[in-house]
Ligand binder design. Structure first.
Ligand SMILES: O[C@H]1[C@H](O)[C@@H](O)[C@H](O)[C@@H](O)[C@@H]1O
Ligand SMILES: [Fe+2]
Ligand SMILES: [Fe+2]
Length: 328
């Protein structure tokens, strides 16, 4: 692991010290994660229009439905319905195991069951931030702010890598059996204009809100810097899992909840659209989302995880950060 921090007399062999300006230092908090050039099918990641990709047609069909049906009225109905959390009681790990049954139709980069994806993401961060390294670092780094960030990244974020996609159980019968277009895929605000940078934007023409003058302007029903908390996002696993975490009194910090809630909002975190809706806290949290996204997207691979081998480690983490049973 290479961590770039200010020169000091206290470094041991584990840390390679370099002088970097503050903003550059933030960029390397991803533990030096190397981004692969191609996905497990040999294509670029998120190449939605790559004619050679065997998943392209299915993914495009998915977005045709998703963009047609995700409207203000639909999102309001879903938020109200799922806020009841009256369907199932179970632990985080039980939820992970249920995801053995869910393959994500919106994803051009992965066709494995979602439990693989959760653990691939978590294992990728664990490789970059093994426990022992953390212990070394506490003795070595005297930059308090950086130390707090690393602590946050490792100890507080690891459960988030696991969590963000758990909401995909919405697809299973006991959680309402929602169609995939209401569970997975990139998310976007409803109630204001659909930005051109959203994948397969053309299918919004079929959306009832597309021609509604109350909803099709830059701000629509929102106002400048109103904060994402006041924005309705298209309904899916992100908002659902945020709700589950919040209503079950999670101890995860604000940035972790932000990651869970907006990790599919690629128009914002990849394309930079909708920035006019962010408040100061959103702007700060967005930095953490960028780090999360590297692990989430680029860890997708055909290399299967031995679930039973890693289970004890994740069970111990889950025990530390979550109640034994949550309401879903
Ligand atoms: O297809 C992917 C899906 O697998 C992810 O879980 C979601 O977060 C992404 O935004 C989406 O595009
Ligand atoms: Fe996701
Ligand atoms: Fe994911």
């Amino acid at each position: 692991m290479t961590i770039l921090i200010e020169q000091s007399d206290h470094f041991g062999a584990e840390v390679e010290a370099k002088t970097e300006p503050i903003n550059e230092r933030e960029l390397v908090l991803d533990g030096g994660f190397l981004i692969p050039q191609t996905n497990s099918f040999g294509h670029m990641f998120r190449a939605y229009n790559d004619a050679g990709s065997e998943r392209r047609e299915g993914v495009e069909n998915f977005y045709r439905k998703n963009h047609t049906y995700q409207s203000v009225d639909f999102v309001k109905k879903m938020r109200e319905e799922y806020a009841k959390l009256n369907r199932v009681e179970m632990s985080i790990w039980e939820c992970c195991e249920l995801l053995n049954e869910v393959v994500d139709e919106s994803d051009p980069d992965l066709d494995e069951p979602q439990i693989e994806h959760l653990l691939q993401t978590a294992e990728a961060i664990r490789r970059d931030y093994p426990d022992e390294d953390w212990l070394h670092l506490t003795g070595l780094i005297h930059d308090r702010k950086l130390l707090e960030k690393l602590h946050f990244l490792y100890h507080k974020h690891l459960p988030v890598w696991l969590n963000a996609d758990l909401g995909k159980v919405l697809n299973l019968p006991s959680f309402g059996g929602l169609p995939q277009w209401a569970v997975v895929g990139d998310t976007f605000p409803v109630g204001c204009r659909f930005d051109e940078s959203i994948v397969h934007h053309k299918y919004f023409k079929e959306n009832p809100d597309y021609n509604n003058p109350a909803y099709n302007t830059k701000y629509g029903i929102y106002s400048e810097r109103c904060g994402l908390n006041n924005v309705m996002m298209s309904w899916g696993h992100d908002d659902y899992m945020y709700l589950v975490a919040k209503e079950n009194s999670t101890t995860l910090p604000s940035a972790a909840l932000f990651i869970i809630r907006y990790h599919s909002f690629y128009a914002l975190h990849r394309e930079g659209a909708y920035k006019h809706l962010l408040n100061d806290e959103d702007v700060e949290n967005l930095k953490w989302l960028h780090i999360f996204n590297k692990y989430d997207l680029y860890s997708k691979s055909k290399v299967r995880i031995d679930v039973e081998r890693v289970k004890p480690y994740y069970l111990s983490l889950i025990e530390k950060y979550f109640p034994a049973k949550l309401k879903w």
